[in-house]
Design a protein around this ligand. Structure first.
Ligand code: KG4
Ligand code: ZN
Length: 341
């Protein structure tokens, strides 16, 4: 079956087509089109919701058209439309949701609403050889600009939220700290790049909640600690920025790994699925893999390719395939506050 996935929860306007096989449960990516208003937000050092939604109104139809064109398909070849209906920015969500509803009505296609966070998890089920092998129970770590969540998957559709951030998300911490260091926006990739030449042991930043008994995270203290440190430094030069970046990245990685492996052990999981924009960080992937190997854990680690870690329509289409719940276009509304049930 062919699914058109549409995603507009934040600054991206994305549409993708996947080919899903209901027999062997494999998902093939046909095309993945993403238009981002990121360069506009880079100028202001953060996303301005109104600007994002205005750009999405312009991009949405061309992006969908492009996704069909690149697939050498017409809308007649599409079986289902999958759409992100939350969480996210209300203006942005509305652009995608109202477009998907209209297309569902005029094309007479079923509509499947998808929770953006569950979408991130399902990026792991695309094109991967692993996807037929992802065994349950699985643990998903969703690390994005808006969320840091640990979620247990007993099976498709059987999801239990274990914990999440009490304040800033990991990506948000990267972005805010990036701004403190005068790095380009978004801060995550900029800090990763600067960290390549840095020493992670130069600054000993706090690892908030690393030893706590729950599966919660907190990153706002880290941002404050970096702020204080930066104030004591007279002049930031490239060398100091590199050491600061490496030390900050290491602090975030240490907390993510510690908490995730604690949950893996408690729930005896077989697969670990990283997802969300922060999972695009090469060092995070490497350190998870190293730790799993060092501890000889029998866990298969899955990390989507970079372009499927950050927001995209393919993950939304894949999530719809594995959690297929059709809804009438008349009943669908965007829900910016949507979380886990
Ligand atoms: O998943 P995503 O595209 O959007 C949300 O749903 O939030 O994630 C965006 C976040 C941003 O905070 C960005 O700084 C972070 O992902 N990010 C990274 C990297 N690439 C993107 N963080 C660390 N290292 C990266 N390479
Ligand atoms: Zn996202």
């Amino acid at each position: 079956m062919r699914i058109l996935g549409i995603e507009t929860s934040c600054d991206e306007t994305a549409a993708a087509v996947i080919e899903a096989n209901p027999h062997d449960k494999t998902v093939k990516l046909v095309t993945n089109v993403i238009a981002s208003s990121l360069p506009m937000h880079a100028k202001t050092g953060g996303i301005i919701p109104e600007t994002a939604a205005r750009a999405q109104i312009q991009y949405i139809l061309p992006v969908i058209k492009q996704a069909l064109k690149e697939s050498i398909l017409t809308h007649n070849d599409i079986d289902t439309i999958a759409i992100t209906y939350g969480p996210g920015l209300i203006g942005s969500l509305l652009v995608g949701v109202e477009t998907a509803k209209t297309l569902s009505y005029i094309w007479k296609k079923p509509l499947v609403p998808v929770n953006h966070l569950i979408g991130h998890i399902y990026a792991n089920f695309i094109d991967s050889k692993l996807n037929a092998d992802i065994e349950f129970p699985a643990l998903a770590l969703i690390v994005s600009g808006g969320h840091t969540d640990l979620v247990l998957l007993k099976d498709h559709g059987k999801i239990k939220w274990l914990g999440g951030t009490r304040d800033d998300a990991a990506g948000e911490a990267f972005d805010k700290i990036g701004r403190l260091l005068n790095l380009s926006y978004p801060g995550g990739p900029a800090i990763e790049k600067a960290a390549e030449l840095g020493n992670p042991k130069v600054f000993n930043f706090p690892r908030p909640l690393i030893g706590s008994d729950d599966f919660d995270f907190s990153f706002s203290g880290l941002k404050t600690a970096v702020f204080r440190e930066v104030k004591t430094i007279k002049k930031l030069n490239n060398e100091i920025i590199a050491d600061l970046s490496a030390s900050i990245q290491q602090a975030i990685i240490d907390v993510l790994i510690k908490k995730t492996l604690k949950a893996s052990e408690k729930y005896n999981i077989k697969s670990l699925l990283l997802s969300g924009g922060v999972a695009a960080n090469q060092k995070i992937k490497e350190e998870f893999a190293l730790k799993i190997e060092k501890l000889k854990l029998k866990i298969s680690l899955s990390v989507p390719p970079k372009n499927l870690c950050t927001d995209n329509g393919a993950m939304i289409a894949a999530a719809a395939f594995f959690n297929y719940k059709e809804i009438s276009w008349k009943k669908l509304t965007a829900n910016p506050e949507l979380y886990f049930d």
